[in-house]
Each structure stands twice: as structure tokens, then as C-alpha cells.
Design a protein around this ligand. Structure first.
Ligand code: SF4
Length: 336
């Protein structure tokens, strides 16, 4: 039986973002800067990662508290072997919307198997169509063409509408925003432009590097008129805009200039089984120890419920020069 749980700001727990690995084959400068996540960086050993059985149990139990959407993230989730098995076991639980966020590097090869296993939709990170800019931003010289191929295959196998996530950084890729919008217009895919965020504490974030969502809207509107439309549901992260000529929509994720904490229904599980109640949290709650103890299902549900009920996070609303340097958890560790 489902008994929804609400936090101190009356926000229900509805979405779980589950990181299945802290590893990635990219070194995006705003998430996993190469200087920090170098060749010698100690990633989590396999036995420290939650097993698929532990993830399945956690999702099954969190459903009793109202969770109905699960997003698989990383690092780069497609680096986790046999990921289709996890997706199939989560799908078998029933009543769940299953999505994933990937950098698309391995997508062309894996899309069909993901779809067959039960994945519903996919989001692909692609920060620019300019090959030089993109290769510099992923910092492993990975070409745009391969990510576009992954998006096309994902669409062909029925994982669409594909959402494309582009982080916009002043002086880095902001000059390619309109080209991105033009490219995905009329395709059915939905590009979402994301304000550069002070996630973690290693990406050198400065407010000056943020391109406000309002400026991005103005850039696009000048060439391809758009207008705001209502969210699909409470807690939808992106603000939606549709092209006035009816040829599709775009999204803006404006955590810095237009915070949306009031409707945040997302919990995040790190690859090693800690629950974080905010993307900008400093600490998490160790669920792995609980899952590997003699705790019963009831005890685990009770613990999850108590953690969420005590939640009061609203980081984006209180962000200031004092908070930017807090030792926040790295995004590569809990997924976006
Ligand atoms: S800052 Fe935290 S509370 Fe606010 S929307 Fe993001 S994850 Fe949710």
C-alpha cells in the first residue's frame, strides 16, 4: 500500500534519481574537471556500489512512499555492465516511469537493448553542436557526430521524445545556443538549456559565468518566436516554451536565476547507496549499511520516511557567496 510522505515544505517524494556508477568516460569541465578526476582518481570499488538487487529493493520500498518515477544516472550509467538487467527488474515492479540520463557516447550501441528491457525515455547531454566547442567541454575530444547518432538511434527504437540537456556557460558555448535550438526545431526532440550551476565544489563556479535563462529565451525568440507554456506536472524541472509556429518546444532549467525548489520532489541515491535530499547537499544518509544489515522492509521504509519528512532543502533559493564554497557533493557522484 502507498502512503505518500511529505517534507517540511509539503513536497512529496515522487522521483528517485539513482546513480549506478561514479565513473564517466567524459571529463566535462563543469562536472568532472580533469585536474581533479585525473588518471589516479580513486573511484568506488565494485563491492562499494549498490548491487542491482539492492537498488531494486530500495525502489520497491520507496514506492510505498509515493515514488513513481526513477531516473538512472551516473557518472555515465552506460558504463555499468549489464544495466539492462537492472532496468528489466525495475520495470517488473510495475507502475514506474523509467528514464535515464546519458552522455550518449555508448547510446547508439545500447539503445535497443535499453528499450527492450523496459526503459521509457532518455535524456542525452550535449552542450554544443560546434565540434571544437563540444570536444573542449567534454575534455576527452569526443565528437558531436557520435552523440547525434545515439540520439537518432534512441529515437528510432522508441525512446523519444529525446530530451537534450545543454549546460550553457558564458564565453564557452553561449554563442552556439541558437544553432542548437535551430537544429532540434521540428525534430520532436526537446532541447533544454541549463544554467551553469555551482554543483559540487570543484568546477570553479562563478556567477559571471552564468547565462541567465531570460537571456537564452531572448536569443532564441529573436530568430524563432517562442512563448511559455504550462508544466506537464508539478515538479517538472524545466520551464517549457513552445515555438509559435507549432514546430516543437524547448526547456529552460534555471536553478540560479529562477529557482524551483518549492516544487522539488526529487531524492537522489549515490552509487554507493547514500540518500541525498538535494543536488547541492553536503551530506547524505547511508542506506547501504541498512540494506546490508538485518533491517526489515518495514524498518527501511520507516527510515526513508523519517529522512524525507525532516527534509527542508531549498538551496537554490538561499544560494549566496557564502554557500558557493560549501563542500557540496559532486554531481558525478549523485547524477544531476
Ligand atoms: S536546489 Fe535542491 S531543493 Fe532546490 S530544486 Fe534543486 S535539488 Fe531541489
Amino acid at each position: 500500500m502507498t502512503v505518500p510522505v511529505f517534507d517540511t515544505l509539503k513536497r512529496p517524494l515522487r522521483d528517485l534519481r539513482i546513480s549506478v556508477t561514479d565513473r564517466c568516460n567524459f571529463r566535462c569541465t563543469y562536472c568532472m574537471p580533469k585536474e581533479i578526476f585525473s588518471r589516479d582518481f580513486q573511484f568506488l570499488d565494485r563491492e562499494l556500489l549498490l548491487s542491482f538487487e539492492e537498488i531494486e529493493r530500495l525502489v520497491r520500498l520507496s514506492r510505498e512512499l509515493g515514488v513513481h518515477k526513477v531516473r538512472i544516472t551516473g557518472g555515465e550509467p552506460l558504463l555499468r555492465r549489464d544495466l539492462e538487467q537492472l532496468i528489466a527488474s525495475l520495470k517488473a515492479l510495475g507502475g514506474l516511469e523509467l528514464t535515464m540520463t546519458t552522455n550518449g557516447a555508448l547510446l547508439a550501441r545500447k539503445a535497443q537493448a535499453l528499450k527492450d528491457a523496459g526503459l521509457d525515455r532518455i535524456s542525452v547531454s550535449l552542450d554544443s553542436l560546434d565540434d571544437t566547442v563540444f570536444r573542449a567541454m567534454n575534455d576527452v575530444d569526443f565528437p558531436v557526430a557520435k552523440v547525434l547518432e545515439g540520439i537518432n538511434v534512441a529515437h528510432e527504437v522508441g525512446l523519444g521524445p529525446v530530451k537534450i540537456n545543454a549546460v550553457v556557460k558564458q564565453g564557452v558555448n553561449d554563442h552556439t545556443v541558437v544553432e542548437m535550438a535551430r537544429h532540434f526545431k521540428d525534430t520532436g526532440h526537446i532541447i533544454r538549456f541549463i544554467e551553469f550551476m555551482d554543483v559540487g565544489h570543484t568546477n570553479g563556479w562563478r556567477l559571471d559565468d552564468v547565462v541567465p535563462a531570460a537571456d537564452i529565451v531572448a536569443m532564441i525568440n529573436a530568430e524563432m518566436p517562442i512563448e511559455p507554456i504550462d508544466p506537464n506536472y508539478r515538479g517538472e524541472v524545466a520551464r517549457r516554451y513552445r515555438y509559435k509556429d507549432g514546430s516543437g518546444e524547448i526547456g529552460l532549467i534555471a536553478s540560479v536565476t529562477q529557482p524551483f525548489c518549492g516544487d522539488c520532489t526529487r531524492g537522489r541515491i549515490s552509487a554507493d547507496g547514500a540518500l541525498y535530499t538535494c543536488l547541492f547537499a553536503v551530506k547524505g544518509f547511508d542506506l547501504r549499511a541498512l540494506l546490508r544489515s538485518t533491517a526489515s522492509d518495514e524498518e527501511i521504509v520507516k527510515t526513508l520516511s523519517e529522512i524525507w519528512a525532516a527534509r527542508d532543502d531549498r538551496y537554490s533559493e538561499i544560494r549566496s557567496s557564502e554557500t558557493v564554497d560549501l563542500p557540496k557533493v559532486e554531481m558525478s557522484y549523485i547524477g544531476g
